[in-house]
Design a protein around this ligand. Sequence first.
Ligand code: BTN
Length: 262
Amino acid sequence: MPYSQEDQQWIRNQLRAECIGREIITYDSVDSTNDIAKSLVGESDKEGTVILADSQTQGKGRMGRTWYSEEKVGIYLSTFLKPSLPPEQISQITLVAGVALAQAINEFSRTRAFLKWPNDIILNGKKVAGILTENHQNNTHSGIILGIGINVNHSHFPVSLQHIATSMAMENGEIFERLPLITFLVNHLDQEYRCFLDEGLSPIIDHWNLNSDMFGKQISMTQGTETFSGTAMKLNDQGHLVVMMDNGEEIDFDSGEVTLRE
Ligand code: BTN
C-alpha cells in the first residue's frame, strides 16, 4: 500500500528530529525523491524535510545507474541539508548516513548487515541498501541532497540484479513493517548528523568501523578505467579508504567502487 495520511501522521508522531525529519512529505510515485528534494533547496526553512515515496519511476543510483524502486516493498527517501562544509568534505555526509542506515537495518534484521565503503549496505554478500549524495547548486542556492534506498520486502529482482541485490525479507525469511524502520532511520540520521556537526568526523568514523567487516579483506578498487588490488586497512581521518596495495604501498582513496574479493 502507498503511504496513507495515517501513516504520515504515525511517522510524524515518532520523530524526535531537530534537523532531519522536522517535516515529512509522502508521495505514491515520483521520478526520484532526490529530484523532489532538489526542488526544495531554495527554501532554507525546509532543510531536513524528508521526502518519502512508495515507488520511483526513475530512481537514481551512483555512477549514473538506476535504482530498482518497486512499489510497496522498498523505502525510498531523500532530504536536503545545508552544512557549511568545503566541497571536499561533502562526501563525509555519505559516511554519516551509512552509520544511521546500518544501525536501522540491524535494529530489525536478524541477519547482520555491514557497511561497504563508501555507500553500500551488504547483507549476506549482496546489496540491501544504498546512499546517493548529490551536491546541488542553482543560481542562488546550494545544498546537499541525501537519498537512501532500502530493499525491505522485495521477493525477487530483475535478472540483471539477482546476483548483486537482496532484500531484508529475502535474507531473514520474514516481512518487515516499513514505518518503524523509517522512523528509526530518520531519528538516527538526525542524531548522527548533529554529532557530525558538533564533534566532526572522528566519532562518525568510530561508529562506521563498528558497522563494517571489510577491514583486513582483499578488495579490488575501481576508479574510472583503473582497477587496483589490495587489502582494505582503515578509514583515515577524512573518511578516505586506506588500501595496502599488493606491493606493500598504502594509498588513500577519496572515491571509487570497491569489490570484496573474498
Ligand atoms: C547506490 O547505491 O547506487 C545509491 C542508491 C540510492 C537510491 C536512493 S532511493 C531514494 C533516493 N532517490 C533516488 O533517486 N535515489 C536515492
